[in-house]
Write a protein that binds this ligand. Structure first.
Ligand SMILES: Cc1cc2nc3c(=O)[nH]c(=O)nc-3n(C[C@H](O)[C@H](O)[C@H](O)COP(=O)(O)O)c2cc1C
Length: 178
């Protein structure tokens, strides 16, 4: 029998890997209990890439509707989730998590998850020296993540955070929790 996981899924304001993340979210949602944590930028960007409605099909916490203390992050302290996945994870959210800043919905949830020994899985948009990505209109372009972005990703790996290169790797990564 398959174990049903309680998954918290963070979506930050990244266009890169967004559509692929939503595909994986929908596949996993057929088997597991998933609650989405959507950053304010994530909400705007998801609207631009035409996937906001698909994300809205899940139980959801929207940063745009929260106060400044993010009480919904308390669920991580209370052991309500087996794992926290952030896919896609912007360089902004990755930097905050690495530096211990917890002033946004996703950085606060990650901080509480780590302090409560809940495993954290990240799919950063900026984890390679060159990233080819697509604008909302489908135009393809390259970005060149900064040294500091790559350093943050490496430091989080050393801390025990599970860092994946693509959202399609999330399903395999979750097998260890089944
Ligand atoms: C269309 C669009 C796409 C974006 N894609 C990315 C991205 O792939 N990676 C990234 O680090 N930031 C991206 N950004 C910038 C982030 O949305 C911005 O840094 C935001 O403050 C991140 O907030 P969050 O980390 O709380 O979601 C994008 C912005 C827009 C408007």
């Amino acid at each position: 029998m398959v174990k049903v996981l309680r998954i918290a899924w963070g979506i930050s304001g990244a266009g890169h890997f967004l559509v692929e993340s939503v595909e994986v979210l929908e596949r996993l949602g057929k088997v597991h209990n998933i609650k989405v944590f959507l950053s304010a930028a994530g909400e705007e960007v998801a609207r631009m890439y035409g996937v906001l409605e698909r994300i809205g099909a899940f139980p959801i916490v929207r940063e745009s509707k929260q106060g400044h203390a993010f009480p919904s992050c308390g669920a991580f302290n209370l052991g309500k989730f087996d794992v926290f996945v952030i896919s896609p994870a912007t360089s902004n959210t990755v930097a905050k998590i690495r530096l211990g800043i917890a002033d946004s919905l996703l950085s606060c949830c990650a901080s509480q998850a780590l302090k409560s020994k809940i495993p954290l899985i990240l799919v950063p948009t900026d984890s390679k020296p060159v990233v080819e990505t697509k604008a909302p209109n489908g135009e393809v372009f390259k970005i060149y993540p900064r040294k500091v972005d790559l350093e943050h990703v490496e430091a989080l790996k050393e801390e025990g955070v599970i860092v994946l290169e693509h959202p399609y790797e999330v399903e395999k990564a979750l097998e260890r929790f089944l």
